[in-house]
Design a protein around this ligand. Structure first.
Ligand SMILES: C[S@@+](CC[C@H](N)C(=O)[O-])C[C@H]1O[C@@H](n2cnc3c(N)ncnc32)[C@H](O)[C@@H]1O
Length: 288
């Protein structure tokens, strides 16, 4: 189903049973779950390409100030400050452990000049107060952690208030009939297998429990490296709540299809109608 699956939460990684003993640590024991997560689900260059180009198309100017909500390791924020020498980024996340990892592995690798233009902030997105932004991002479905309409509207309202007058909020969303099923989906990478596990879905309240597992060529496993308790929001609900929060216009961007590759083209274009596919992923812009 969803090709660009991305998620993260505060769960601890567990090493699965595998050959070990005299042969030393297993691949799972040596693995870094944040590095695996980024390799499996993120493509920050493509994401920033889309956000940067779409802001320019809609506003006729380049954005400079970007806030990445639910930033995790801050990988996307780092890409933003690398892009142009007058770009500034603020990442906000509740989890000190993941922020520390991002600081040590991404921020530390920036040039001193780039480092001056980024801040990773330990805060709740429902409480954080930041300077006015051109762009706010909520990617990899992180806002699905806000399971009640009232709470989601409150968060959207906070984002609206954090934006400049011509600011734009970018979100992503996934869906399709497979999104409502309990299933496991494996994606092979060079040195690990990424497993997206939709463990349970309750149609009565729309709550969804998902896990990410990683399997390795030596047979070892990192089970439940990340777990997510989400509300499976649908596109019309999200757009209605954005409008209730005060956003003037929302647009949905659907991925094109590459006939040669028989896969998503990676290009996202505005749509008002789309196919009832088994699994899809899209971007949303919400304009102030
Ligand atoms: C799925 S990850 C998203 C990582 C990143 N945005 C990406 O695109 O891959 C979700 C992150 O949201 C953070 N988080 C959860 N609730 C939060 C809140 N109320 N305020 C700020 N961060 C929160 C978690 O600590 C976690 O790092």
């Amino acid at each position: 189903m969803v090709k660009r699956d991305k998620r993260d939460k505060n769960s601890k990684g567990k090493s699965g049973g595998a050959r070990r003993g005299k042969r030393g640590p297993t691949m799972a024991e040596q693995a870094d779950r944040h590095a695996l997560y980024e390799a499996a689900v993120q493509c920050v260059e493509a994401e920033i390409d889309f956000v940067d180009d779409e802001f320019m198309r809609l506003r006729g100017r380049r954005a400079r100030y970007l806030r990445e909500d639910f930033c995790g390791t801050g990988n996307t924020s780092c890409e933003w400050v690398r892009r142009r020498s007058d770009n500034y980024a603020t990442g906000v996340d509740l989890d000190e452990e993941v922020l520390g990892w991002g600081q040590a592995n991404h921020v530390a690798a920036l040039t001193p000049a780039q480092r001056k233009r980024i801040a990773l902030v330990h805060d709740d997105v429902l409480e954080a107060t930041t300077p006015l932004q051109d762009i706010v991002l909520a990617m990899n479905f992180s806002y699905w952690l806000l399971k009640e309409r009232r709470l989601l509207r409150r968060y959207f309202r906070r984002v609206l208030d954090a934006l400049n007058d011509d600011g734009i909020f970018f979100l992503d969303c996934y869906g399709g009939y497979d999104a409502f099923r309990e299933l496991k989906e494996k994606t092979e990478h060079d040195d690990f297998t990424y497993v997206w596990d939709q463990a349970s879905y309750n149609p009565v309240d729309g709550n969804l429990l998902c896990h990410i597992h990683f399997h390795f060529p030596d047979g070892s496993k990192l089970k439940r490296a990340f777990s997510y308790e989400w509300r499976l929001w649908t596109l019309p609900e999200i757009r209605e709540i954005l409008a209730e929060a005060g956003f003037r216009r929302t647009t949905v961007y659907w991925q094109g299809w590459d006939e040669d590759e028989q896969d998503g083209s990676g290009e996202f274009l505005p749509v008002t109608r789309a196919d009832a596919d088994a699994g899809w992923i899209c971007y949303i812009t919400a304009e102030k």
